[in-house]
Each structure stands twice: as structure tokens, then as C-alpha cells.
Design a protein around this ligand. Structure first.
Ligand SMILES: [Zn+2]
Length: 181
């Protein structure tokens, strides 16, 4: 609909475009509020002290690499960034620290043997070319972000900022890989 209206270029089309954009923004905002609330609720229940998020300001190597640049910007960056902001302030209210990690290679690094390769990843699926470990590529990305966040947590603990507590992997590494097609 947006595309059609854009090509029309009339005043009423422009008005309609504005209307759609506003509607979309409000919808995304609601969705982001719901998701961030769930995430922080989960973190509180699990006794999490630091939430790790992907730093979106750098280069991304994840799921959006096949999306045209323009669309990527319009549809994902502001919405993801907003979600992070919501998570950040809801976490802060709950006394949880938010930490941004460099997402480089997070979906190409094997969580079992640490082998990094582009070949480990094929769209949604991850299969380590060295050790054969298989899982969903986004889940692998999340696990590697968790590892990086854990390193940061150790630093805070060693500085006495946080009380140290034993590790608990919150992501089920036994989850079956998602098959495509
Ligand atoms: Zn491996």
C-alpha cells in the first residue's frame, strides 16, 4: 500500500502515507512495550543481574543482511532500537544492568568449540564445519551474546559492583535446530 501511494504522489496519497506511518509507529510501540515487559519479567524471575543486547550501531552480520538497505533502515533499525530502549529502562527500574555487546561473529561462532567461520551459518541454520554442532542460527547468536555479557558480569563482580553468583545458562542449548523449507 505504501509503495502504491508513494508512486501516486498526490496530496491525499501523502496524507494517507502519513496516517499509515503513524499507525505503524503506534503498533510497533505497543509490540515493543509488550516484548520488553516480558523480557524484563523473565530476567527478574531468573535473578538475572545483567541483560546483554546487541549493539546495533555497528555493522550487522545477522538476519537482515539479505534485506535491501533502504528497507532495513525503515523497518528494523528504529523498531529494534526502541525495543532496546524499553528493555533498558524497564530493566533499570528492576535494578538490572543493560550491557551492549559487539555482535560481530556472534552468529558464526560455534558455542561448543569456538570455531568461527562464515560457512558455519546458512541462513537460519547453524552447523559447525569443525565439530558438527547444529542449532538455530539466531539462537547461536543469542548464546554468544550471553557469553560476552557474562564476561562483562565477571568484571563487575570482580570490581565489587555486583555480588557474584553461580552461572546458569538461561538459553536451552538442547533446543532442536530449526529446519528450513
Ligand atoms: Zn564447533
Amino acid at each position: 500500500m505504501r509503495k502504491r501511494l508513494q508512486s501516486k504522489g498526490t496530496l491525499s496519497a501523502k496524507r494517507m502515507l502519513k496516517h499509515i506511518a503513524g499507525k505503524e509507529k503506534r503498533l510497533m510501540r505497543d509490540v515493543n512495550h509488550t516484548i520488553s515487559k516480558e523480557i524484563v519479567k523473565f530476567a527478574v524471575e531468573k535473578g538475572v543481574s545483567v541483560i546483554g543486547l546487541e549493539d546495533l550501531t555497528g555493522i550487522r552480520e545477522t538476519t537482515l543482511s539479505n534485506t535491501p538497505k533502504k528497507r532495513r533502515h525503515n523497518h528494523s533499525s528504529w523498531a529494534f532500537r526502541q525495543l532496546q530502549t524499553f528493555i533498558e529502562y524497564k530493566a533499570r527500574e528492576a535494578g538490572i544492568i543493560t550491557h551492549y555487546v559487539d555482535p560481530s561473529y556472534t552468529s558464526q561462532t560455534c558455542i561448543r568449540c569456538n570455531h568461527i567461520s562464515k560457512n558455519n551459518r546458512n541462513r537460519l541454520s547453524f552447523r559447525c564445519e569443525k565439530c558438527g554442532y547444529e542449532n538455530n542460527a539466531d539462537l547461536i547468536g543469542a548464546m554468544n551474546i550471553e557469553h560476552k555479557t557474562r564476561d562483562y558480569r565477571y568484571i563487575l563482580e570482580s570490581q565489587g559492583v555486583l555480588v557474584s553468583h553461580p552461572d546458569e545458562c538461561l538459553i536451552d542449548i538442547q533446543a532442536p535446530p530449526v529446519r528450513e523449507g
